[in-house]
Design a binder for this molecule. Structure first.
Ligand code: FES
Length: 156
């Protein structure tokens, strides 16, 4: 079974105490597990389910519904690039090509060195400063090829 750290177990326990029901605590509890393991394996779902006392199928249903949960192994850094309308109009397709050609990073894929994974997102709320992306939890906007190169250089 996938083992959570004692710190993560305590965090989930505290989260549970702050929500009216165990099911309501699933979103933040799954986030803790994902932060710890990098993704949500079947064992991670079982672990969180056991801690909260909810059926694993319920936890998995939540974790597979929302795009912010990763259900397969990811690279060390996850690039989440928006390709929705504003970003598309402002040239994100060229940036997708740039990521493919420069880093070998394709949508849904991970670089050979496991450094980056690329996830295509719907709108991330930065339409006025598109194109936009997240790298892990860090937000970037007004993207250009040169700017992406600078950004990704910070993540080894
Ligand atoms: S469409 Fe890309 S941030 Fe809104």
């Amino acid at each position: 079974m996938t083992k959570l750290s004692e710190t993560a177990i305590q965090e989930i326990d505290e989260i549970r105490r702050n929500y009216p029901t165990a099911r309501a605590a699933l979103l933040p509890a799954l986030y803790v597990a994902q932060r710890e393991f990098g993704w949500l394996s079947p064992e991670a779902y079982t672990t969180v389910s056991d801690l909260l006392g909810v059926p694993p199928a319920i936890a998995r249903g939540v974790g597979t519904f929302y795009a912010m949960y990763k259900n397969k192994p990811m690279g060390r850094h996850v690039v989440q690039l928006c390709t929705n309308v504003s970003c598309m109009i402002l040239g994100v397709e060229k940036l997708v090509d740039f990521l493919r050609n420069t880093y070998g990073l394709v949508p849904g894929g991970t670089t050979a060195d496991n450094r980056f994974s690329l996830v295509i997102m719907e709108c991330i709320g930065a339409c006025g400063t598109a194109p936009a992306m997240l790298v892990n939890d860090d937000f970037y906007e007004n993207l250009t090829e040169q700017y992406i190169k600078e950004i990704l250089g910070k993540y080894q």
